[in-house]
Design a protein around this ligand. Structure first.
Ligand code: GCW
Length: 692
């Protein structure tokens, strides 16, 4: 029973904002007497030692040898512990038990990874972890695969820049065309992720250019360095790969998955990767999507493609995350039979049951593209015999580019809780949610098809990590919801506030809640209404442009004309998309009587005079929400101005700058969208407000 000296230090860089791990957050733990019972040489065990040692050194506590002399015991597999602290043989390695008895806090786990999560649980609870009544709580993640995907490029892309859809500066991994020499920032990031619950990271863009293709080749030693920075925090590294790698790197004439040379090439590539990084996670792939190469070119299906890659990585225990973002991006808006929303289901559902055991089909949460309000993707519910990982977007591509204060915890929580089979219909299926499917609990499945949860990261080399300091809350909330999708997103926000602003006064807490709690709905109010989607500037996806995508080839139409607006996706008269949902949603969405207001224009084309369940006409709803949305932003900005002096000066400066832009942009949105609907409908605002 010893507190060995850790062999690596806790990664720190005082120039970078500590996000939710400021040193002060460790005071409650670090000022106590801590016993570590950790006879384990793994890198994660070493991290537990390093974290405890650093906390004690900073806050005056002491490491004690004997558990009896301790206020806190962190123990791995304590053979002599009381039964409730004992872990059974097949316990989830990430699970931990937190117990408080007679003033002593004990955290036990069967694996150092669980112990690390338990340690961060204590940090999160702060002083509360050590006071109050006796408790015994077992904590385990909802799914073992909780992933962040980075859309970082090595070579700066001429249009997308260093990080595609990145709003927080350059990449933390790459700089000037190479992998950074100093990866301290990556180690800090790993620490933040472990403290939120994420355990897998894909380190390069799913659009894989020539420079990034080399990650599989001569840049492998650099990937190994990145993996080494993640490993101590229990995080597994993955790579995005190009379908064309055998051609680009191997000099083969084809990437046909049925070609023996191609199969051999991928097997060899996998051998090389796992030789360099024995605990490597696997490959993420975007194929036949927005111009990326894929198996279609050879007349093969996506199951053919995914299974070929799966066979190459299977001997190493590797995974293939195969993205379902496959649709026709060269559409003609006049073609009313093609509906982009139907694409993922059409391309993947027919192959359910044919994907290899180590393939995870990664499906965006909505059928279009991370809009402010979309229906949930029916493809997620359509494959009971396939491992499915819903994909989310932490980076705010369509939600204000981390210039607007928009907290997404509530949106994700609603989506994860979406009951695909209804709540009280057929007893065996009702109540199963998107999060259940992710965890392999599809009501028609056998319970073994565990997919996981994935999201696109919002981090860059910005001093605050995320551009807008409040966008850190989204990264934190993503990890926490991936760990427990049923967690209350406002309670998560509260945790984030307490950790990020230690000693936060009531003013700080109330201001942050006032600004962020309803900020997703506020953003929706001043942007695209009623699930209509894509009223953004083409390309950048920032700022209003109601017709920006209306005649483009991307399949993103709302069909507004002088008579009405919205996309008819019904079976009766439209694209038939509603038929992709299980009951009851196939009928709920089909009918104007039951379709929820907020998704009305996603499913139906209606006249401007159509009366919503709220009692308002569509056009009056548009006017009212846009006026109110801006009012809410102005109110948030006012609250901020009043309270800013209570925040650290650097945070205050950055947030003030962001609010100026949010107010400008929200005003723009209000006016552009209102004017658009006024001109199209010819209907005046019932309240006579100024519409330009
Ligand atoms: O959301 C869209 C983005 C693209 C992105 C693509 C995808 C990485 O506009 O920038 O490409 O989705 O998810 O593959």
């Amino acid at each position: 029973v010893t507190l060995n000296r850790p062999s690596h230090p806790v990664p720190a860089d005082p120039a970078v904002h500590p996000a939710w791990l400021p040193e002060a957050a460790f005071a409650p733990l670090g000022s106590r007497r801590v016993a570590l019972v950790l006879d384990d040489a793994s890198p994660v065990a070493d991290t537990v030692r390093a974290e405890v040692t650093a906390a004690l050194a900073a806050h005056g506590g002491a490491a004690v040898e004997a558990a009896e002399a301790a206020d806190v015991v962190l123990a791995l597999r304590p053979a002599d512990a009381a039964p409730q602290f004992q872990s059974d043989g097949d316990l989830d390695p990430e699970a931990f038990t937190y117990a408080r008895a007679g003033g002593v806090v004990t955290v036990t786990a069967s694996d150092a990874r669980g112990l690390l999560y338990g340690l961060f649980h204590l940090v999160r609870l702060g002083e509360r972890a050590f006071t109050g009544a006796d408790v015994v709580e077992r904590h385990a993640p909802h799914t073992p695969l909780r992933m962040l995907d980075h859309w970082d490029n090595i070579a700066v892309h001429p249009v997308m820049g260093q990080v595609e859809r990145g709003y927080a500066g350059g990449s933390i991994f790459y700089e000037a065309g190479v992998v950074r020499e100093d990866l301290t920032r990556v180690a800090q990031y790993a620490r933040l992720l472990a403290a939120s619950g994420v355990n897998r990271v894909a380190i390069n863009n799913v659009n894989v250019g020539p420079a990034e293709t080399r990650l599989l080749d001569d840049l492998l030693p650099d990937v190994a360095r990145i993996a080494a920075a993640f490993r101590p925090y229990g995080i597994t590294t993955h790579l995005s790969v190009s379908w064309a790698s055998p051609v680009r790197l191997g000099g083969l004439a084809t990437s046909d998955p049925f070609d023996a040379g191609v199969q051999e090439w991928w097997a060899g590539a996998a051998d090389r990767v796992w030789a360099a990084i024995p605990d490597f996670g696997g490959f993420v792939i975007k194929a036949d999507s927005e111009g990326q190469p894929g198996p279609f070119a050879y007349g093969r299906t996506h199951a053919d493609g995914a299974n070929m890659l799966a066979a190459a990585v299977a001997p190493h225990g590797g995974l293939i995350h195969w993205r379902a973002f496959v649709y026709n991006h060269e559409q003609d808006w006049r073609d009313r039979r093609t509906d982009r929303a139907k694409a993922a289901f059409e391309h993947f559902a027919p192959y359910d049951g044919t994907f290899a055991d180590n393939v995870i089909v990664q499906i965006k949460h909505g059928p279009l593209d991370f809009q402010v309000r979309e229906a949930t993707s029916p493809a997620i519910a359509a494959m009971p015999r396939t491992r499915v990982a819903p994909e989310f977007q932490v980076t705010t591509e369509y939600l204000g580019h981390q210039k607007h204060a928009v907290y997404l915890g509530r949106m994700w929580s609603q989506l994860l809780a979406f009951p695909y089979w209804g709540q009280d219909g057929d007893g065996s299926r009702s109540g199963r949610t998107m999060a259940d499917v992710a965890a392999g609990r599809h009501p028609l499945g056998d319970g073994t098809r565990v997919g996981g949860l994935a999201a696109v990261s919002n981090v860059g080399d910005d001093v605050f990590w995320t551009g807008h300091p409040f966008a850190q809350a989204n990264l934190y909330a993503w990890g926490r919801l991936a760990w427990d999708p049923t967690a209350d997103p406002i309670a998560i926000l509260d945790e984030w506030i307490a950790l990020t602003f230690p000693g936060a006064t009531a003013l700080v807490r109330e201001t942050l809640h006032a600004i962020l709690d309803q900020s997703w709905e506020t953003y929706e109010m001043y942007t695209a209404p009623l699930g209509v989607c894509f009223m953004v500037q083409p390309g950048s996806h920032y700022g209003p442009s109601p017709d920006g995508y209306e005649y483009s080839p991307w399949g993103t139409y709302h069909f507004a004309d002088r008579d009405g607006v919205g996309v008819d996706r019904t079976r009766a008269t439209g694209s038939g998309y509603t038929g992709q949902y299980p009951a009851p949603w196939s009928d709920v969405y089909e009918s104007l009587d039951t379709c929820p207001d907020e998704l009305l224009l996603f499913f139906h084309h209606v006249p401007y005079s159509h009366v919503l369940h709220s009692g308002k006409t569509v056009v009056q709803h548009v006017y009212d929400t846009h006026f109110e949305g801006l009012e809410r932003v102005l109110e948030a900005a006012r609250r901020w101005t009043e309270a800013q002096d209570a925040f650290p000066a650097d945070v205050a400066e950055r947030v003030t700058e962001r609010f100026a832009e949010q107010v400008r942009s929200a005003t723009d949105w209000r006016d552009v969208v209102n004017t658009y609907f006024l001109r199209h409908s010819g209907v005046a605002d019932a309240h006579g407000r100024t519409i330009y």
